[in-house]
Design a protein around this ligand. Sequence first.
Ligand code: SAH
Length: 346
Amino acid sequence: MKFFQNSVSAVVIVTLVIGVAAGFIFGLTLPLAVSSENERVVAYEEVAAQSAVEEAAKIAIEMGTDSAEYGLAYETLPGVQKYDGPALAQAMPIETKESWLSWMRNSRNDNPVFLEERWNLAQSFVLTSELKRSEDVRAFLLAPREHFVRARNRGLEYADTWLPIGYGATITDPDVVAMMTTTLNIQSGERVLEIGTGSGYQSALLSYLTTEVYTIEIIKPLFIETDGLYRDLEKSYPSYSTINRKLGDGYYGWEKYAPFEKILVTCAIDHIPPPLLRQLSPGGIMVLPLGPPGRQYIMEVKKDAAEDGSITLSRRDVYNGLRVKFIPFRDEAGSSYSAPAAEENS
Ligand code: SAH
């Protein structure tokens, strides 16, 4: 096994060297940096590239994305064995608080105070049916919200409320995250696209439901901050290394990886973006905060394809008519995609 790994490393190194040379000769940059645990694309942000390999990897990333303006993305390489977050979630005992706590203490370094709060919040969402499936309860129990709530909001990590995360963005209320997630009915292996990475919490949670998580953020410094957070956290929470992330306008989805079985929009819009609908698989589900600025309904949209190929959409309000206030779905110039709120009639 060791011999095999060494051989693989050697092959990879040789490939990289040849790739770099080819890159310089032909103007192509093929090689991607490789880490021992999980092959993956190296940080674009490592501006002080130490070597030609790093420099080449950086350029490869820029070439490999379809966000022409920004071109910043982190994508796990196709065909590479990924850490299996859903398998971890399934292995975790959740029958009693005690068994869960002792498992968590043995496998993680999470602060025991937060573990207690996380458990209690999950239980309350089970009672309100905001968490319906055991898979979603498990994902919720594994996602350390304390790392995604920004430092200035210490003490509110498990308060059931949204919180500011800078740049005019927010981390969504945990109950809304729970409800939207449970509505998606994610099966392990399905491709899930999130629009609005924000704090990174939602996609962290999704990484315990499927190894195919894709997330897009439009605010560059926020994208960079959260990307850095995932990199720091993936040592202790390896499933975050499977989260594919891109800086760009999520209105246009992520064509390269479409179709997606599930799409989760976490910024407010008054219509379903047509590109996202196109990138949703037949039989797929999209959940989004739909409505004018300041008041949206959380909608589940199902896309069904009939035998003759015609597409039907069905919509359901998953929050029983309650309204939420997500931050606007905006374009790269900063304008909202939603029309200004109509006059209030009610
Ligand atoms: N899912 C996030 C919620 C963040 S708030 C979390 O769990 O923290 C919504 C996010 O959507 C913001 O970060 C905002 O910058 C982002 N956003 C708004 N318009 C966008 C667009 N066109 N493409 C991608 N992200 C967008």
